[in-house]
Ligand binder design. Structure first.
Ligand code: ZN
Ligand code: ZN
Length: 272
């Protein structure tokens, strides 16, 4: 009898959330009285991500035809037999990372979701995005292509001011899901971003050039790194971090970001 009851409990857990799930769905509006943080609609599932299914499924994925190195969408391009599909910047060997990939285009609801992550430290949203990045890594066949996961660091003063690094809200759950070590402080930003809001393309590259370093004594030599950030705009930040890692002896660097700027300016290697 007792064994039967225990079996029943196990079955109840196996079958999902049972009556407790229904109750938690019912009280979800108590936890998130404001509803979806993007569109305001009532949240009907007990997920800890404060966004509705409609908003989450509206995120536009990066289209399939893209630069094999930097992941820039190349609509209208066709891959020629036996040739790599590369954007002009990667034909010029602009970047120091081996590869960069992003989950979604930086537009519409994705922009708002990233602002929530950046300014409100919504950890369940970071974990949700990390899940999407794991799917991306698997789809690219790269689950065994890295040894260590690192976030793009904030300058120390900025991190103290904010209290956290939004890139680490992604990289930490990502490392856990990939069962890789997470090194949150291996890379450091030694120079803060200029305060000016809008930077020209050249200023963007200039502001990050040499702005990152590895912490003395860090183990970097011959390791393959997975470098994580929220948005890839020009690729300058990922490039500067990848350079710091390669200078310290890293074997390879792969960049992963949640979003990718839709119309990212094409860097020309002649400009820097
Ligand atoms: Zn919504
Ligand atoms: Zn490229």
């Amino acid at each position: 009898m007792a064994a039967g009851r225990r079996g029943g409990v196990r079955a109840w857990f196996r079958n999902g959330r049972g009556w407790l799930g229904h109750i938690s769905d019912a009280v979800v509006s108590v936890f998130f009285p404001a509803g979806c943080r993007i569109c305001g609609s009532v949240l009907t599932s007990a997920s800890r991500v404060p966004l509705c299914e409609g908003c989450l499924s509206s995120f536009a994925r990066v289209p399939g035809i893209l630069c094999e190195v930097c992941g820039r969408p190349l609509p209208g391009f066709a891959k020629k037999e036996g040739e790599s599909l590369l954007c002009p910047a990667c034909r010029d060997k602009t970047y120091c990372f081996e590869r960069a990939r992003s989950f979604a285009l930086y537009q519409d609801a994705v922009v708002q979701a990233i602002l929530l992550l950046k300014f409100e430290q919504i950890e369940p949203l970071g974990a949700w995005f990390a899940e999407r990045l794991v799917e991306l890594v698997k789809a690219e066949g790269l689950t065994r292509a890295a040894d260590v996961v690192v976030p793009v660091p904030l300058h120390r003063e900025r991190e103290i001011e904010r209290g956290y690094n939004q890139a680490a809200l992604l990289s930490k759950p990502l490392a856990k899901k990939l069962r890789l070590p997470h090194e949150a402080v291996l890379l450091v930003r030694t120079r803060a971003r200029p305060d000016k809001r809008v930077l020209s393309l050249e200023e963007r590259w200039e502001s990050v050039r040499g702005a990152f370093a590895t912490r003395p004594g860090s183990q970097v030599d011959n390791l393959r790194f997975l470098l994580v950030d929220d948005v890839l705009t020009t690729g300058a930040t990922l490039d500067a971090c990848a350079r710091a890692l390669r200078d310290a002896g890293a074997k390879s660097v792969m960049g992963l970001t949640v979003a990718r700027a839709v119309r990212s300016p094409l860097p020309s290697s002649r400009e820097w």
